[in-house]
Design a protein around this ligand. Structure first.
Ligand code: DC
Length: 217
């Protein structure tokens, strides 16, 4: 039987980590919709497709194939797991995700990937738009400064060069873009449970999310 857990929230709120850990513990399939927008962004950068080139964007959407296989993401059969986290992609992905044609395409793909399965799906609009009838909805938040610190640490662990200031600015810029969008703005679904993870450890957040799921499921 299908069962959907939707985890929404801003960039760097820990959704990725929490979704992965909760998914593993409860045996739910983890689907990262942000990675889908990132794949589209990589394709646009590589092929020099601009945001306002409507025809090229439409054509591109027919040419793109995104797949998830054992924790890796493939764009037209090529492993782009690391490339989708690069700074050039970070800087453009929010704008890419606001193009209506792209949103419709990724929303359909998200629904298709989840069809009939027990999934935990993270994104910006899963509880509000992709799965308004999700069984469990969580809105995961944290202060911008804490989110910048977390991302800096993540980057250092992966050997990616970046500065705290650059990351903080990028987070604030994206928050603003994501919340003020006319197209599926980032906002908490009315029936979502709000969790502020600023002063919580990963383990505490994981346990809290599992508690919420168990109560509902
Ligand atoms: O979670 P992330 O940083 O990988 O997401 C990348 C971008 O994609 C981010 O700017 C917001 C956007 N996004 C979205 O608009 N809707 C989703 N369901 C997931 C991500």
């Amino acid at each position: 039987m299908a069962f959907i857990v939707a985890i929404d929230g801003p960039a760097g709120s820990g959704k990725g980590t929490i979704t992965k850990l909760v998914g593993e513990k409860l045996g739910l399939i983890n689907i990262d919709t942000g990675a889908m927008y990132r794949c589209v962004t990589v394709y646009m950068l590589r092929n020099n497709i601009k945001l306002n080139e409507k025809e090229k964007v439409k054509k591109m959407l027919k040419e793109i194939n995104i797949e998830f296989k054992s924790e890796k993401v493939y764009l037209n059969q090529e492993d782009v797991t690391n490339e989708i986290r690069k700074t050039e992609v970070n800087n453009l992905v929010s704008q890419v995700s606001h193009l209506i044609e792209i949103r419709e395409n990724i929303t359909n793909l998200s629904r298709k990937v989840a069809d009939g399965k027990e999934v935990i799906m993270e994104g910006r609009d899963i509880g509000t738009n992709v799965f308004p009838n999700a069984d469990v909805k969580i809105y995961l938040d944290a202060s911008p400064e804490e989110r910048a610190n977390r991302r800096l640490k993540q980057n250092q662990e992966k050997g990616i060069e970046s500065s705290y200031q650059e990351i903080l600015e990028n987070i604030k810029f994206r928050d603003n873009n994501d919340k003020s969008s006319n197209v599926a703005p980032l906002k908490q679904a009315e029936d979502a449970i709000y969790i502020d993870s600023t002063n919580m450890t990963i383990e505490e957040v994981v346990n809290k999310v599992i508690d919420v799921i168990k109560k509902k499921g």
